[in-house]
Ligand binder design. Structure first.
Ligand SMILES: [Zn+2]
Length: 354
């Protein structure tokens, strides 16, 4: 990465209305068969173009080919029966009907490699791809086969590593693992959560990110967040473990969140994707608001390791709101980039653009 403060989004963008009902999570597809394949590819290209127009530096697929960040991946695996459904408590927070693990889990073919190749062909900028993390995957399933959350997590870690290696070969520069379960199951994070995540990232040359997160503005998450008090200190448990791990970068929400910013200090030495865009509000931040959030974390993260981003995915927002927020993100990063260049000319000496 040549320039300071490279911007990116965490993951999802709203889908076009012709592909899925807008402003809704897990919205069903409006197309099927070959039309769905063509439609999702068109949407992926539009999502990439929207980011490029907004001035985002690291480009993502906007998760245009997935209905859900976990289940779309699991749909491609053997050993999971989507017709046998059980109701489980997701992240100790809300009930959902989920598929059942009925045999050894296997990855019979690559899941996202075609999509990643399409994104690679769309832009010369660095690209980032998100996968679910092992612990979050097992938390979104009912297990009838392994009888051990840890054992299933190691199996998924192996499968994720296979997928990640193929994504890397397709030209993906940064691979992100989404692990919201890390904010809930602290003992397991310590016992095997970080270890299985490292297994998923094993041997990769691409950079790796973990996105933990307090979730979208959906009711179950909002109610859970209301129980957490005025300060959200859950990262205090996971950040020291991640600081010692082989994962290169950690993503967290800093815009309108109650995460005490000094917790970022626990990651010193790692790259940090700093969420400066609130995804639970349709109010579009000004570039100056974004800049203010970025300045507020500079005491805790070295400027050359600061990656301005969104708090989480933007799937539930209106498309024009998401576009506005990306423009604000790029604008805010530009303001702070200029300030850093004034303070330390070497930092931003390289031309903008990657
Ligand atoms: Zn998130």
């Amino acid at each position: 990465m040549n320039n300071a403060l490279p911007t990116s989004i965490v993951g999802s963008l709203p889908k076009p209305a012709w592909l899925a009902e807008p402003e809704k999570l897990w919205s069903p597809w409006k197309l099927e068969g070959a039309e769905l394949v063509e439609g999702t590819r068109d949407a992926l290209n539009l999502a990439a173009d929207d980011q490029l127009h907004a001035g985002i530096d690291i480009i993502s697929d906007g998760e245009q080919t997935r209905q859900h960040f976990v289940t779309t991946f699991i749909e491609h695996l053997g050993g999971v029966d989507f017709d046998q459904r059980e109701t489980v408590r997701i992240r100790d927070r809300y009930d959902a009907s989920v598929p059942t693990v009925v045999g050894a889990v296997t990855r019979e073919r690559s899941v996202f490699v075609d999509d990643a190749e399409a994104l690679r062909a769309r832009t010369d900028r660095p690209i980032k791809w998100a996968l679910p993390g092992p612990m979050t995957m097992i938390d979104t399933l009912y297990d009838r086969h392994y009888g051990s959350r840890e054992k299933l997590a190691w199996e998924f870690a192996t499968i994720l590593n296979q997928e990640a290696r193929e994504l890397q070969a397709a030209g993906v520069d940064i691979i992100q693992f989404d692990e919201p379960a890390f904010n809930v199951f602290f003992d397991e994070v310590k016992d095997w959560g970080v270890a299985t995540l490292e297994r998923a990232a094993e041997g990769l040359r691409s950079e790796t990110v973990v996105h933990i997160c307090y979730g979208y503005g959906i009711t179950a998450n909002t109610e859970w967040k209301a129980t957490l008090g005025s300060e959200w200190r859950q990262y205090e448990e996971s950040f020291p473990l991640l600081q010692r791990s082989g994962i290169d970068m950690v993503s967290l929400e800093c815009q309108h969140s109650r995460v005490p910013l000094e917790l970022i200090e626990l990651l010193r030495g790692k790259k940090v994707m700093v969420g400066a865009i609130d995804v639970a509000s349709s109010a579009i931040e000004t570039p100056e608001e974004v800049a203010e959030t970025l300045r507020s974390v500079l005491p805790f993260v070295d400027a050359d390791k600061l990656y301005p981003s969104t708090n989480c995915g933007m799937a539930p927002l209106a498309r024009d709101v998401a576009r506005g927020k990306m423009i604000a993100l790029a604008g805010g990063a530009e303001i702070v980039r200029a300030e850093l260049a004034g303070a330390a000319p070497s930092l931003a000496a390289s031309p903008h653009g990657l």
